[in-house]
Design a protein around this ligand. Structure first.
Ligand code: ZN
Length: 632
């Protein structure tokens, strides 16, 4: 490194480097038309892709966070490396010989270079893989053999053996010209009284980043006299190894994850191997830490799950308590995934590796195919803790399950979950819904601010104990979904006499926003609009027990109607009957769903009952629709 790299060489590298190819090691890109591609931005948190790459011009730009530049900027930003190193990496990848200019000041070194640390890991991997064939490694080979992995499998995954002597790798790599600093900073060598190999007498798996570079190792204890008790040791945090983001197997799985929009999360290195060998090529595992928000973010960029209906993340968990706790933890952070989250649990709690040994490849594929939605798994776990044959047991189970569901931020799912709970606990859907609403309106336990975009704090991996999820804030009263509820209540408050006849059949269930429901309940408790007289408004405010309800009651009484002329009966009917029609439609959906879950032969009585209800409801809905449209 005599001096600056020549400008024309830099230009040549820039021209030859394919930015779409480089970016694809971090983000799944899709065609965006006009010669451009897009994906989820790796520099900020987002749900829909605003990160664009234009291969023909060699640029990327994010319309969300305004990050942008050429291929060098991208590498500098995402891997935290310097300009020179970015140029060198691309030169090597795309076969450009770099020449240096004399006299120019070389870039000041900032600790060991990423490329050197990567290279050291590559050499270490080859060294370990070689050692797996040595006489000392017989226990290591037996371990692999006992888990159904032959020589081919070991080679495919680059598995190796770290010799038992204290500094065999250190000496080997020093001989190859790596500096002590590079080896220590990268984590291959540890510093005690002297320098020694971090992994000794262990079976080692190379951990690769998405582009296939080895960035660390996972090492399993195989000797009884290993002085380190831990079953697994992993590379410590380093400039190239970030354990909160590393996914073992991502280099092999990422293309298939992008193609199938599926990812399978397993718990260990052998499980990843077993899955891939059994025909589940989308399997990855975290390395020595629980699956966290950062992992979710990394995975999401490969899934590119911007479309709600696409993207499945399937977790395989043990059926035991630890696995259930892990599932609960994921459930609470599930919000990170726009994709559907599933759980696959083997019948007798076998992990994929054991399953493959005992039942073969087919059983592993079946395990993944027989996945269940995570929320159902989590709900079942919660409900299983109660005696549902007792009335108080059902009440408690309902309350617990409702609390869980109320933490789900995707409100479109809450209704479906409420129905599931009702079925699992054996209570009425309305009761389940009411309980969920109640849970949602309970004040959040922690009053912390809504998590900020960017770098949220991830709970430590040991934090697996179930905790109360914070209740989400109520939906906005001005949300268009509730506009007809709002308008109807205003009509009732401003023109009670005109509205009273039509409003006789209104019920609390016609109001889906808890606050509007509260307002209606207050009105009903005060005799309804038919009882309106001079003192009505005052009585209403006194009757409101909830402060929010009381405030909204006043607001609605004061806010003018959205029309200039006085409302007439057709206008009133277009609101009141429409509202009731919507309720009937919701009930219809419910009954249809029940009907679907009822076997017409086995449960003939229920089936006939639901069917009759369906007919009645359908008729009622039609009738309400006609009245809303102006029929007398
Ligand atoms: Zn961005």
């Amino acid at each position: 490194m005599a001096g600056r790299i020549r400008d024309d060489d830099i230009a040549e590298v820039r021209e030859k480097a394919r930015i779409d190819e480089v970016v694809s090691s971090y983000v799944t890109l899709r065609n965006a038309g006009g010669g451009s591609m897009k994906g989820l931005c790796p520099f900020h948190d987002e749900k829909s892709p605003s990160f664009h790459v234009t291969p023909s011009r060699g640029f990327y730009h994010c319309f969300g966070c305004q990050q942008g530049g050429d291929v060098f900027n991208f590498l500098m930003e995402i891997d935290g490396i310097g300009f020179t190193e970015a140029v060198e990496r691309m030169a090597e990848k795309y076969g450009v010989q770099l020449r240096r200019e004399d006299g120019g000041a070389p870039e000041a070194p900032r600790g060991p270079r990423r490329s050197q640390m990567i290279d050291a890991h590559k050499q270490a991997q080859a060294f370990y893989a070689d050692a797996l064939g040595s006489p000392d490694a017989v226990v290591a080979r037996q371990f692999l053999d006992g888990r159904g992995f032959d020589k081919d499998a070991a080679e495919t995954f680059g598995v190796g053996f770290a010799p038992r002597d204290g500094d065999a790798l250190f000496k080997h790599l020093r001989q190859k010209g790596f500096s002590e600093e590079e080896l220590v900073t990268g984590g291959l060598v540890a510093r005690g009284r002297s320098l020694y190999d971090r992994f000794r007498g262990r079976l080692v798996w190379p951990i690769r980043d998405a582009s296939g570079d080895v960035i660390g190792f996972g090492a399993r204890r195989i000797f009884d006299d290993d002085r380190i008790e831990a079953k697994y040791l992993n590379t410590p945090e380093s400039p190239i190894y970030k354990k909160s983001q590393v996914l073992y197997g991502i280099d092999l799985a990422r293309r298939e994850i992008a193609r199938s929009a599926k990812a399978v999360i397993v718990e260990g290195y052998t499980d990843v191997m077993a899955c891939h060998l059994a025909g589940v090529p989308t399997a990855v595992a975290t390395c020595g830490t629980a699956f966290g928000d950062d992992h979710a973010r990394v995975l999401r960029r490969f899934l590119n799950d911007h479309d709600e209906s696409r993207g499945e993340v399937i977790f395989t968990f043990d059926g035991d308590q630890a696995g259930q706790n892990a599932a609960m933890k994921v459930f609470r952070s599930d919000q990170n995934f726009a994709s559907q989250t599933y759980v696959a649990v083997a019948p007798d709690g076998l992990d994929p590796c054991d399953l493959r040994i005992q039942r073969g490849d087919e059983a592993v594929r079946e395990l993944v195919e027989n996945r269940r939605p995570l929320y159902r798994f989590a709900l079942e776990n919660v409900i299983a803790g109660f005696d549902l044959d007792r009335a108080d047991g059902r009440v408690d189970a309902l309350r617990q399950a409702a609390t869980m569901v109320s933490s789900v931020r995707d409100k479109s799912k809450v209704e479906a979950f409420s129905r599931e709970i009702a079925q699992m606990v054996g209570v009425d859907v309305d009761d389940a819904r009411r309980e969920v609403r109640r849970a949602a309106s309970r004040p959040a336990r922690s009053s912390g601010p809504v998590r900020q975009q960017g770098r949220p704090t991830t709970p430590p991996p040991s934090d697996l104990a179930p905790q109360q999820p914070p209740a989400p804030p109520l939906p906005n009263l001005r949300d268009p979904r509730f506009s007809i509820e709002r308008a109807t209540l205003k009509l009732v408050l401003h023109h009670p006499a005109l509205v009273a006849p039509a409003a006789r059949e209104l019920t609390p269930d016609d109001f889906t926003h808890p606050t509007y429901r509260g307002v209606w309940e207050t009105i009903a408790a005060s005799g309804g609009p038919a009882a309106a007289d001079a003192g009505w408004a005052g009585r209403l405010r006194d009757a409101a027990t909830d402060r929010t309800v009381s405030a909204v009651l006043t607001e609605l009484s004061v806010e003018p109607l959205m029309m200039s002329k006085e409302p007439d009966l057709p206008y009133v009917h277009a609101h009141v009957f429409k509202l009731m029609e919507l309720t009937a439609t919701r009930r219809l959906t419910e009954v249809k769903s029940r009907l679907q879950r009822t076997d017409p032969l086995e449960q003939a009585d229920d089936y006939n009952k639901f069917f009759a209800e369906l007919m009645t409801l359908e008729q009622r809905r039609r009738h309400l629709h006609e009245r809303a449209m102006g029929a007398p």
